[in-house]
Design a protein around this ligand. Sequence first.
Ligand SMILES: [Zn+2]
Length: 216
Amino acid sequence: MNHHVFKDLVPSYMEHLTSEETTMQMEVHMEQCKDCRDYVHEMQEEWMSENVHEQAKEDRKVDYFKKVRSKNRKKILTIVTSLLSLFLILTISYYLLYIKMWIADPNDVQTTIQTQGNSVTLTFTSKQDNRYLLLRKEQLNQDYTDNMIVYEMREDLYTPENLKDGINISYTFLDENTLLLDNGKVKKLTANEKLSIQYKDRTKEISLIDLYHRND
Ligand SMILES: [Zn+2]
């Protein structure tokens, strides 16, 4: 085997692609020829270092992706943090600017009592400009409204016109001792039948019998 043929075959030899016969011939030639032996060693070293180089490249690529991923993580964290802060700011602004309903201070509430026939109507209006009231009527222990919470609200574009004039509750009496309930039944009254009106820090109680007699 001459040197040229040998050198042509070296790449295939290194990848074990040469036939058994060729491989044998090449090894015989290598034993006799230092030049070709060195050439093979050189090629092997080059191949090895190339592999190492490739591996390093791969590693660098992995490193790069790791960096990108960690950068992305930081970016996502920043975005999430920003969104949370924004949400907090909006929530706080909302509470500061738009919360407009609270339990009324009794000093801000004007109460009037009107009798019309057998009906007695309690009307609540806010003494403050641009405020109006809402009533939460409850039947806690009786079949009629025996408890009420008075809320005050800020007027805005959506405030129903009829609420600006006050909000009311009516009781219908059959006589001074008898209340007609919404369900058509009647309730005999004693001094114990009361309406509790809850304001901020204060609860007022009105006896229903007194309510009937208020305008006498
Ligand atoms: Zn040779």
